[in-house]
Design a protein around this ligand. Structure first.
Ligand code: CA2
Length: 149
């Protein structure tokens, strides 16, 4: 699970847009949910684009899937998009808010074309739904059916 810039402020500022939960609470919810699914999750947050790129690279041989809320880098970062595409780790993009209901500059995601899919607008539930989608996708790959049907 990669959290992008400013998401360390969750629960501490702007609860009206991003909710009351802190990043630690989201991470612990994901760990518990992963356990139910027979998976494990490592969580990392950074405000620095290069650190996020490095972490995506280092996941190459150690992690099967990537859940990412790229924060504002969603709308700007060719580097994060190229890193995801370069390591070819199945990726689900998640957002707390519905980026399509917000300012026009948030309507474009550089990440979406290299992700399996995107879940946006369900608050903390976006992360839980994203984890389920990712694990289901990985299980369907292992069962030899890439559409999961
Ligand atoms: O809705 C989301 O999850 C976003 O990725 C959040 C980003 C925003 O730039 C994206 O367009 C949509 C912003 C994260 C900032 O988080 C804060 C949390 C508390 C206080 C201030 C910022």
């Amino acid at each position: 699970m990669l959290h992008g810039p400013n998401l360390n402020l969750l629960g501490l500022r702007e609860p009206g847009i991003y909710g009351q939960n802190t990043l630690d609470q989201i991470n612990s919810l994901l760990s518990k949910e992963a356990e139910l699914l027979g998976a494990t999750v490592d969580c990392f947050q950074s405000n620095h684009e290069g650190a996020l790129v490095d972490t995506i690279h280092s996941a190459h041989n150690s992690h099967q899937g990537l859940l990412i809320n790229p924060g504002a880098y969603t709308h700007t970062s060719v580097a994060i998009r190229d890193a995801i595409s370069g390591v070819a780790i199945p990726t689900v993009e998640v957002h707390l808010s519905n980026i399509y209901q917000r300012e026009a500059f948030r309507h474009h995601s550089y990440i979406a074309p290299v992700a399996i899919g995107q879940i946006t607008g369900f608050g903390v539930d976006s992360y839980r739904l994203g984890l389920h989608a990712l694990v289901n996708y990985l299980l369907s790959l292992n069962s030899g059916d890439s559409l999961g049907k």
